[in-house]
Design a protein around this ligand. Structure first.
Ligand SMILES: Nc1ncnc2c1ncn2[C@@H]1O[C@H](COP(=O)(O)OP(=O)(O)OP(=O)(O)O)[C@@H](O)[C@H]1O
Ligand SMILES: CC(=O)N[C@H]1[C@@H]2OC[C@@H](O2)[C@@H](O)[C@@H]1O[C@H](C)C(=O)O
Length: 372
């Protein structure tokens, strides 16, 4: 069917990322000139069992296919619920939405083995929502020799590039990733390393809380310099871009292996040192790859961690550090808005990867359609 060209369309972006906190949803309108505007957002926390089931699929284990398929169905039901929540808040029918861009839930990321796996039953989501679903955004970039990640730098470029200053857009989710937007230079983007992932894992392990609110527990401890130095020796930090990572490397098992090489360290001091690891690995990446940066705009849940933001500013005294809210997009909207924009790009059959970022051999249209 011929697509109408001169009208504003609405898309929904769904992001359930590596932190496993839940699903972020954004309602995005796209005008005829391709300008995005966020109209509303919503969030649905993952029930504890869902979070545990995702975590249990991360390492190799028994009966993975059955567990992944069943979990994919459960995720689709949660995705449909957050879509319904968003639509009812705006009093919109499903027919008002051109398509949902659904990231799915990463359970394995193995670009060296030629695959990345995001689960979530998109056919079921189309059935339950009555809306076209675009999913599987990463595979095509991998098929073209790329990492399939990070994908958001293209969206960052589209909405945040400026003639007035050289910027870095920094996402601190489970993993941290950055985009360099420097005037007259190609866009660079890559995963820096663990964002909140190790902080969350250590906090859960010791306090039972799912995250360290505002980094207060971390702030109560002190730096263990030999541990920080040892953690920073992880070879991933020195790899040149293109590079991407995930829970496949930076999980609690990795941390425990590292801790076993040190004398006993107080739990709060480990938390403090992990916070410094996140700040230092990001700052080292900016020093090395984005030295001309004037401002760093932070998004993702890590932007709400005051102690982490202070540590980052201390380590990057030359740069102004703000949240993306200063550019008009609140911190929790950026990634979900990116997936709504990726769905729009798919509907235009417009390539949406940045080969310089992912390492793919060229631009590719990303995604696969599950019609309503
Ligand atoms: N008030 C807060 N204080 C400290 N940390 C917070 C706060 N709010 C959120 N976070 C952190 O942010 C995380 C969620 O971030 P976000 O939703 O950006 O992750 P994600 O989208 O799952 O990750 P990714 O970008 O890796 O895919 C939580 O797990 C927690 O660690
Ligand atoms: C395989 C995968 O899920 N990667 C995520 C993860 O979370 C943050 C970082 O690692 C980034 O590379 C990516 O997500 C964002 C949305 C991206 O593709 O840009």
């Amino acid at each position: 069917m011929e697509r109408p060209k001169q009208m504003t369309e609405r898309y929904i972006g769904l992001m359930s990322g590596t932190s496993l906190d839940g699903v972020d949803a954004v309602l995005l309108s796209m005008d005829a000139q391709g300008r995005p505007c966020v109209e509303a957002d919503s969030f649905l926390a993952f029930p504890l069992e869902i979070r545990q089931q995702v975590l249990q699929l991360q390492p190799v284990g028994d009966n993975e296919l059955d567990r992944a398929a069943r979990l994919g169905n459960e995720l689709a039901r949660l995705y449909a619920e957050v879509v319904a929540q968003l639509l009812s808040g705006q009093q919109l029918p499903p027919s008002a939405i051109t398509a949902i861009g659904c990231h799915g839930q990463t359970i394995r990321h193995a670009p060296h083995a030629g695959y990345t796996l995001q689960i979530g039953n998109h056919a079921l989501l189309a059935e339950l929502s009555g809306i076209d679903v675009i999913g599987d955004f990463r595979s095509r970039d991998l098929a073209a020799g790329g990492h399939g990640a990070p994908l958001v730098p293209a969206f960052h470029q589209h909405v945040f590039a400026s003639d007035a200053e050289n910027r870095v857009i920094l996402n601190i989710g489970g993993i941290s990733n950055l985009t360099r937007l420097s005037r007259g230079a190609p866009v660079i983007g890559f995963d820096c390393g663990p964002g909140n992932m190790l902080l969350d894992a250590w906090c859960q392990h010791h306090t039972g809380a799912s995250f360290d609110a505002n980094g207060e527990w971390a702030a109560s401890g002190k730096l263990h310099a030999p541990l920080l130095q040892q953690l920073l020796n992880e070879p991933f930090f020195r790899l040149p871009p293109p590079k991407s990572t995930g829970r496949d490397l930076f999980d609690l098992a990795w941390l425990q292996t590292q801790l076993a090489l040190q004398p006993a360290i107080a739990a709060a001091d480990v938390q403090h040192t992990l916070l410094q690891l996140t700040a230092h690995s990001i700052a080292d990446a900016i020093d090395r790859h984005c030295p001309d940066t004037a401002s760093v705009y932070v998004c993702g849940g890590g932007a709400l961690n005051g102690a982490l933001m202070r540590a980052l500013q201390q380590r990057l005294p030359q740069q102004v550090i703000r949240s993306t809210a200063a550019l008009g997009l609140p911190v929790h909207q950026v990634e979900a808005a990116a997936f709504a924009w990726l769905a729009w790009s798919f509907c235009q059959r417009q390539p949406a990867n940045l080969p310089d970022v992912t390492g793919a051999s060229g631009p590719r249209v990303l995604g696969a359609l599950y019609p309503r």
